[in-house]
Design a protein around this ligand. Structure first.
Ligand code: CP3
Length: 366
């Protein structure tokens, strides 16, 4: 196993944080959503068969799972090993994460009575293991200067699990709630926004150098629904996170028609899935925002020439203006060969041009 990549400039001066802030970088930074997970044999060995929520509640295990992909791939950022349902589980809402399925809720959110089951999160009391895992991981990362990304689920995406009771393809109940009971919907999103702020603040206080808000399923909404019933709570969370002094990233899947609105969310970086080429995404999110993405995770299954060609297309579409963090368009698929992701990191470091000093003298090949 290789050692952590040397850097020396510290998290705040790292290529990742600089790219989030649209500053020039020595190379295009890259990390992968779901980089800590089942595609890594060392993760499967570390995890064993217990529940993922129990693994997350073990700070030494969570810190180790956070560091594994940094060692293996040489990525430019670590992301905390945790989950978007940790805060609601920690206040006793009754959530389990079922392997192969995702979060499942014992008693779904159905009426104003259920608001009482969503009391405010006190991170140091309800989930002290989160800050402890961050501290352990950050201490190990310190010599390399590799930043740790903290994260939370955005209010809409967490609400979708609470209201639907589990993963959904149609989001019928959650849409019905927002249209039919807008006051209750706003009250629910307010609670979840406050919990996300508390969760992110604890991670930043413990040493996280950036935060990502996962609004994975926002793309199932029409722009007017997103703007009216989701964006205000999202803005609240991002403003509170920005006040902590770290860059903020907002990500969702299938958000092509929402990118303009996401560009007004206050996020420094807007995550983009593989459906929208990054040059178009940049135009949609507007000036003053960086973009993150957007290689199709399916194309990381290889063979390597397929992955390499698709990665070069992403780098090409990212252009030469500062403000590109290379990532996949969604999470790493469990069947991905870790060797391909390691090669991908090398390719991005060698060939990325967005904001890279001297980029104009060395155009992207192929
Ligand atoms: O490497 C990382 O990205 C950090 C860890 C991380 C996990 N979940 C660990 C995890 C992160 C950032 C998340 C966020 C998360 N969790 C999201 C947003 C990201 C996205 O994919 O859109 C969502 C929607 C969840 C809810 C959730 N948790 C799902 C849908 C699943 C998958 C269920 C399955 O088995 O397919 C989980 C479980 C989960 N969270 C796993 C991991 C590594 C896999 C199961 C395991 O290892 O036990």
């Amino acid at each position: 196993m290789s050692t952590l990549p040397p850097d020396g400039s510290g998290p705040a001066g790292s290529p990742f944080v600089r790219a989030c802030r649209r500053l020039p970088v020595p190379h295009t930074p890259v990390w992968f959503m779901r980089q800590a997970g089942r595609s890594l044999p060392e993760y499967r060995a570390l995890r064993g068969d217990g529940s993922i929520l129990a693994a997350i509640a073990d700070p030494a295990l969570a810190a180790e799972a956070t560091l594994q992909p940094v060692r293996r791939y040489g990525v430019d950022a670590a992301i905390l090993f945790s989950d978007i349902v940790v805060p609601v589980e920690a206040v006793g809402f009754g959530v389990d994460v079922v392997p192969g399925r995702g979060p499942v809720v014992e008693r779904p959110f159905r009426s104003a009575d259920d608001l009482a089951r969503l009391r405010p999160l006190e991170p140091e009391v309800d989930a002290p293991y989160v800050a402890e895992a961050v501290r352990l991981a950050v201490a190990e990362l310190a010599p390399s200067g590799v930043p740790l990304i903290g994260f939370a689920g955005a209010p809409f995406t967490v609400a979708s699990y609470l209201v639907e009771g589990g993963p959904s393809r149609t989001f019928t109940r959650v849409k019905s709630l927002m249209h039919a009971e807008p006051d209750l919907w706003r009250a629910l999103l307010d609670r979840l926004a406050a919990m996300a702020v508390a969760f992110l603040s604890a991670q930043v206080a413990a040493g996280a150098a950036a935060v990502q808000l996962f609004d994975s399923w926002a793309g199932w909404l029409a722009p007017y629904e997103y703007e009216q019933w989701v964006l205000p709570a999202t803005r609240q969370v991002l403003a509170a996170a920005a006040a902590l002094g770290v860059p903020t990233i907002l990500f969702g899947v299938g958000t092509g028609e929402l990118l303009g609105l996401m560009g007004t969310s206050g996020a420094d970086v807007v995550g983009v899935d593989w459906r929208v080429p990054l040059d178009r995404a940049r135009a949609r999110v507007g000036v003053g925002r960086a973009v993150q993405g957007n290689l199709d995770p399916s194309l990381c299954l290889g063979p390597w020439p397929v992955t390499a060609a698709a990665a070069r297309r992403v780098l090409d579409e990212a252009g030469t203006e500062p403000g590109h963090v290379f990532n996949l368009g969604h999470g790493v698929l469990p069947e991905t060969d870790p060797g391909i992701l390691a090669e991908l990191v090398s390719l991005v470091h060698a060939e990325g041009r967005a904001g890279v000093t001297g980029a104009d003298r060395a155009p992207v090949a192929g």
